[in-house]
Design a protein around this ligand. Sequence first.
Ligand code: SF4
Length: 416
Amino acid sequence: MDSEKLIRQLELNGFSVTHDTENPKGEIAVINTCGFIGDAKEESINMILEMAQRKVKGNLKKLIVMGCLSERYLHELEGELPEVDRFYGKFDWERVITDLGKTYYKEFCNSRRITTPSHYAYLKISEGCNRTCSYCAIPIITGAHKSRPIEDILAEVDELVQQGVKEFQVIAQELTYYGLDIYKERKIAELVERIAQTPGVEWIRLHYAYPTQFPMDLLNVMAKYDNVCKYLDIALQHCSDNVLANMHRNITKEQTYTLLEKIRKEVPGIHIRTTLMVGYPGETDEDFAELLDFVKWAKFERMGAFAYSEEDGTYAAEHYKDDVPQDVKQARLSKLMRVQQNISQVLQDSNVGKQFKIIIDRLEGDYYIGRTEFDSPEVDPEVLVRKTEGKSLQIGEFYNVIIDSAEEFDLYAHVV
Ligand code: SF4
């Protein structure tokens, strides 16, 4: 979304902007970097190096780098990457534009040229995070939680609906904290309800809830409105009391189990996506066994997992010894993912013969690729519908399909 705001400003100034990392074109490259975790940092650095090569070969006139990584490691990067003309911080759109000798249009500061397929868009409702999870660098990079006012968000929703957006991927570092800073009370339920009531909004999907002090009124709104997807992305990280305490998550194992039971009871049919971490400092074999039992019990519809790696400046990096050997971390990760794969396969197979409403994202080879309300773009399973003579489907339209077969990740279907 930050890139989308910059693209809009560049276009208002007459630039022709492409957003294509595979086949980059143009005279000026702007790389918006991410510095949250190791993989994202590596991806950002690789992209800078690739563009630096293009510049050295004379295929690029100017190379600009902005975003979290360049804000966090400015001095190191400046020393290492002389091919870069200028580094900027995360929110420096205005300086980028004015340094290019152009005008920054303040009246369009919230306008975006969306780079996702035109029927869905990400909607950031806040920046930053007030939590103190001991492994996490996000609060160091983004600062304290800053909610956007409800009216501001609704105006953006209206504008995006006018542009043809039907599905909103609501995101925040800590979704469930929304409102506490500016309204002195949690307002996520009210916000989601107001978005759900906006004409033209067909699907709303919620990302990155936090389990502690979960606002239960949100569950009522999720159950009440058909256009709020029965989907919740809630990163739980672990379930053993020992690890949760070390992580400073302010929640216990028992409270985690209770919360999941409550969510499933209040929002029937909900699909829960979570992220878990193995190999945290101090994680014992017993802690890991508890995590495995938890995953078997919870039967998450969607789950991601990763092995702990130290992040500069975090409490964990400064106070804990990274004491779980790398091979143990990897073995635990593989074991956890094997357990989850079995759960996913059973769930996938149980979909065969069932009817779903899907939205078509794209056409790829012989297949239209769509998603159900239980699937977020890029991370979740997709539904493939074979292209047939005389029956073309429209990208961005909804169709009812019946599932014919299931693979480990994707489903195959035909239109009803
Ligand atoms: S809630 Fe999320 S973003 Fe905030 S500190 Fe914890 S892990 Fe980081």
